[in-house]
Design a protein. Structure first.
Length: 378
């Protein structure tokens, strides 16, 4: 059942499983105090969603902010990596307890899942996470997911929970994601600018849509911004998942967003990739990149595999099976996929026809540098 408007998010037939992302500034005030009444109101809305037959997953920020307040750390705990990790270690206990208490008061059981980017980038670990989510949801539990900031470093972290929420939705097979923000949605320019207009619906994130985004987070407490939300929308829309950006600051924010007013921005899915291709298309970390000519780019857009003849340049150091990005000569991202050759081998065979490759490498060539079954268009 297609999702056409924000009010469809309350339809259990259209959205049997819903992911809610909650930002730090919504849970924790600037003085470090927990917004108790607000969390209670959202817990009540989650209970209503469960009552109408919807499974709910919460992707919750707030561990660093809570921990920083308890430890008295400057800059909200983000002054250094060590501060952030220490704050997260303290704050994660408080955050889990907070959700367990508020949901427990509504006769709901909460479960905690802490993940790093590697848990969702590695295929086996991704499937393990998906199985855990499925079991918890089947048991009627509300999983509360957060990035494991106490061990994650810049090289192995999402950096924001917007993209994490989209990846969790993929893993759980959810139909929709709600990003609760501190603004009403996506505006056609900085929302503080005169004449800024809220976009109620976006059919596909384009370069023009990206140009509207502001990287700033209104609270100064979160790690994301509108740019990260659009990246989350891209991950979701390729997997057939609807995504909404709505203002979470008022009490009972879901009711405000999904009522007749419909205040927010709905990103409509563009396509519905297979589960494996959705996982591949949502990967954040590439091991390298291939730059292709215009003929190869056109072939990829028609659904073809990536052949050596169309490759103009090779970037990075990768081995067979690694994820690599594909760009055109102007630097525009086209696709990403799992490569069949190492970077050294691709450097030797780039620009060559398939019948020349065996003589260059000394063994029979594979059918493609990236086969279309292991390639996802962006």
């Amino acid at each position: 059942m297609p999702i056409e408007r924000l009010s469809d998010f309350t339809d259990s037939a259209a959205v049997p499983c819903l992911v809610l992302k909650v930002g730090s500034s919504l849970l924790v005030a600037k003085d470090g105090a927990v917004r108790e009444a607000w969390i209670e109101s959202l817990a009540g809305e989650i209970a209503v969603a469960r009552g109408r037959g919807q499974q709910v997953i919460v992707v919750s920020s707030g561990a660093v902010a809570l921990g920083a307040a308890r430890l008295g750390l400057a800059a909200g705990g983000r002054g250094s990596l060590a501060d952030a990790q220490a704050a997260a270690a303290v704050g994660q206990i408080a955050l889990a307890s907070l959700w367990a208490d508020k949901l427990g008061a509504r006769a709901l059981t909460a479960a905690q899942l802490l993940v790093t980017i590697e848990d969702l980038e590695d295929r086996r670990r991704y499937l393990n996470a998906a199985a855990t989510l499925s079991t918890l949801l089947g048991a009627g539990v509300v999983p509360v997911v957060n990035e494991n900031d106490s061990v994650a470093t810049e090289e192995i972290r999402f950096g924001d929970n917007d993209r994490l929420a989209a990846r969790v939705a993929q893993a759980a097979g959810a139909a929709a994601v709600v990003l609760l923000s501190d603004v009403d949605g996506l505006y056609d320019r900085d929302p503080r600018a005169e004449g800024a207009r809220l976009l109620p619906r976006v059919d596909g994130v384009t370069e023009a849509i990206h140009a509207m985004a502001s990287r700033a987070s209104g609270s100064g407490m979160g790690s994301g911004g509108m740019t990260s939300k659009l990246q989350a929308a891209e991950i979701a829309e390729r997997a057939g998942i609807a995504l909404a950006i709505v203002n979470g600051t008022p009490d009972a924010p879901l009711g405000r967003a999904f009522s007749g007013e419909g205040i927010g921005t709905l990103f409509v899915p563009r396509r519905s990739d297979t589960a494996r291709k959705a996982w591949l298309g949502g990967r954040q970390r590439m091991r390298g990149a291939l730059v292709v000519d215009s003929g190869c780019a056109a072939a990829l857009l028609r659904g073809g595999s990536l052949l050596a003849a169309g490759i103009e340049a090779v970037e990075g150091d990768f081995v067979r099976g690694d994820p690599v990005g594909v760009r055109d000569a102007d630097g525009r991202p086209l696709a990403q996929g799992l490569v069949e050759y190492s970077s050294a081998e691709v450097a030797r065979i780039r620009g060559r026809r398939s019948d020349e490759i065996e003589a260059l490498l000394g063994y029979a060539p594979r059918t493609a540098v990236i086969h279309r079954d292991h390639l996802v268009l962006l």
